[in-house]
Structures are given as structure tokens and as C-alpha cells.
Design a protein around this ligand. Sequence first.
Ligand SMILES: [Zn+2]
Length: 227
Amino acid sequence: MNAMPLKAYAVLEKDEFTGDIYFANRSIVAAKAGAAEYSDGELSYVQCRRAPWADAFAGKGVPAKVSVDHGWRFECSGCGITIDEDLETEHRLPVSGVVGTMHGAVYCCARCKWRRMKKEARRQEEEAAAIDDFKAIVRQRFPDAEFCDDEDKFRGHHAYLTRSWGSRFWHRAQIMVAFRFPGMQIGPAHFRMDSHHKIGPTNAYYTCCNGDREAFEAYAKSTKGAA
Ligand SMILES: [Zn+2]
């Protein structure tokens, strides 16, 4: 058993110098882990150096702000600016305010992270509202449709919204709701709308699996006039 604490190694691929800090008891172990991630396992494409400054963070995650002091660079997950030792001079943001660890999302400051979280929550609300609206349309046409709220995002409901820079308006670029119907054998039918462009007519339509076509058409026929 090895009771020695792990040591930190900076492993970088030599082309663009992207990489990470790895904790290991030997340099070759760290180099192999880094090569697997950054150079398809090719050891000669990476450099591996001891990074004693990061030893203290073994098992905890290296704070991004500490690594910036040692020459590492990140892209802010909120606003996209480059986070490096010039953060203060170029963006008037102190490096000490950088949020996140090397393995996760890194933000230029707490405020930027907060804004990002708020925007993400807003997006999820808008997506849920769009799906609800589409369910209401389907319910009108097919009152006994059974919505697939339990399906994954590939077979179930899906909403893709976009928002122009600085705009408060969310554009519904693609909405899809999935539902089961009497006689269905293969998979749920969908009501979907694709409108990736803001100009021109939107296109909303029902689709079903090939093998369910007859059943769906019969169902559609039998429910006609129900609305
Ligand atoms: Zn930011």
C-alpha cells in the first residue's frame, strides 16, 4: 500500500498547450492519464511537469483562480472572455474573484455565474411553457392522447429556443411533444414545429413511426371532429 500523498503534475499537449493537472505518485502515471485525454494516448505529444503549487488540492479540485496565478488560462463559461493573468488589466476583474475549479465550469466573477444561472433557469421555464402550449394544441385534436413525459429527450418532448443578443424575446426554433395513441405498436407519435428562421411560415405537423402509420391514420380519422 502506498501511503505517500499524491503529487500534482501539469500535463499539456504540445500543440496548443491545453491540458490539466493530474495527481499521481509517479510522473509516468500522470503523463499517461493526460495523454489519454489530450493526445489519443500518444505519450510523445504531451509534456508532463511537476506542479508543486497544486499538491495541496489533491482530491479536492484545483481552484481556477490559483491556477491562473501559475499561468493557466480559461474561457469564462458565462460571458466567454479569456481568464488569465491579464483579467484585471483587461476587464477590471480581480483574479481572486474567479469562480470554479479546473475540472468544472469557470466564471470570470460571481456575478457572471449568477447571471448565467438565472438565464439558464429562465430558459428552462420558457422551454416548459412552450411544451405546455404544444400539448394544449395536441389535446384539442387528440383528447385521449397520452403524453410521454417519462421518455428521454430523444424520444420524448423537446424544445429548442434561441434568443437574440440583448433581446428579452425567446424564439421557439423547434418544439416537439411526444404522445402515445390507441393502436400504437412501435413508438410515440410527435407533434412538432421547426422554425429555425424568424422569417417565413412556421411548419407544424404530426409524425409517427413508419410501422404505426396505418394505426395513426385510423386514429386521426376516428377523432376527426372531436375538436
Ligand atoms: Zn464571465
